[in-house]
Design a protein around this ligand. Structure first.
Ligand SMILES: O=C(O)CCC(=O)C(=O)O
Length: 335
């Protein structure tokens, strides 16, 4: 990866005024190749495991990264979902690899994030998601939400930046995001539970503006869509013939509440941490997952390396907290 190009003052102002920013060339597309290749290999590793267990017959190994998983899913929804669950990175477990960490800790990305945060002390969150949005499958369609809908209310007015990084060109056809601009200075609006695939959802009547004002966030591979935690966004169906792969990563200033360096003190026989750890001791914006220092000019010796990042993710994953105490949204009813 070569040297980062800092964001311009105009780009930074645009982000703060509009609540989002699309930068088409944060990365060279080649920078993302190691992650794409590793994900592709991981699909094959998991598919071979399912084959050994007698659940899968055709690996479709001749197909490219943006097609293989869709073919496996077409043969068997169960196998396709097993592989997707394995990759998605939910709850700290799932896929992590040096190639993933290299993207999270990429100087190019951190240069942009630092410009938007106005801070060089940057905390990354384990709340990242790897999204293979398969063609014509509803599961990857994400309803309107603000990321803060998922976070603890004490972080509502903090700035947490979502970096949405497509691993293929993201287009209207393959289901890129829609973003409602200039609405991110308002409150976290009411979300309902029970949206598509278990996602939270903001009903149209609760959106802070007319959804027809949404912009379409198409973005080439190498680009990044930056959003704030209060920017309403959603994503549309993939009507193309290939998978829309993306990862979304989250960062905040080290001054925003976080659980850097904090470990569950007690994990009982069932793997659950003491509830107090989540309710009092762990003030992170999303306490079930581990935050880590990813860049620091003041304390470079405290910046987390790959091994420590894995240890933190795995430890938090083992605790499996019940996070519902933090934010209770009403259940969705048919509109
Ligand atoms: O990738 C998508 O389709 C939606 C992403 C999203 O909602 C997010 O990153 O918060």
């Amino acid at each position: 990866m070569n040297t980062p190009t800092p964001l311009t003052p105009a780009q930074i102002s645009f982000f703060h005024e509009e609540g989002y920013l699309i930068v088409p060339n944060v990365f060279d597309p080649a920078d993302l190749e190691p992650l794409r290749a590793e994900l592709h290999q991981e699909i094959n590793r998991k598919a071979r495991q399912l084959q050994t267990e007698g659940k899968l017959t055709n690996l479709h190994a001749e197909l490219d990264f943006d097609r293989q998983l869709a073919a496996i899913y077409r043969d068997s929804k169960e196998n396709g979902e097993a592989i997707m669950r394995h990759l998605e990175g939910l709850r700290g477990g799932g896929f992590h690899a040096p190639q993933m960490f290299d993207v999270i800790a990429s100087p190019k990305l951190l240069s942009a994030v630092g410009g938007l945060l106005g801070s060089e002390e940057i905390v990354a969150s384990s709340v990242y998601r790897i999204r293979p949005k398969l063609p014509n499958i509803g599961r990857g369609v994400v309803p309107w939400h603000q990321d803060s809908g998922y976070f603890a209310p004490h972080c509502d007015t903090s700035l947490i930046i979502t970096c949405w990084v497509p691993l293929v060109d993201a287009t209207v056809e393959n289901g890129c995001m829609q973003i409602l601009p200039r609405t991110h200075q308002g409150k976290v609006v009411t979300h309902h539970t029970g949206g598509n695939a278990g996602f939270l959802v903001i009903k149209d009547e609760n959106l802070p503006d007319d959804p027809r004002k949404a912009i379409t966030a198409s973005c080439p591979r190498g680009g990044v869509v930056f959003m704030t935690n209060r920017t309403p966004h959603c994503s549309t169906p993939n009507t193309s013939d290939h998978i829309r792969w993306s990862v979304d990563l989250r960062y905040q200033s080290a001054e925003t509440p976080n659980n850097v360096g904090l470990w569950p003190e007690t994990i009982d026989a069932e793997g659950k941490a003491d509830a107090a750890f989540y309710e009092k001791g762990n003030v992170a914006c999303y306490p079930p997952e581990a935050d880590f220092l990813v860049q620091s000019r003041k304390h470079p010796e405290q910046v987390t390396d790959y091994a420590e990042y894995v240890r933190r993710r795995e430890t938090y994953d083992r605790t499996q907290p019940n996070f519902s105490a933090f934010r209770r949204w009403p259940a969705s009813v048919a509109k």
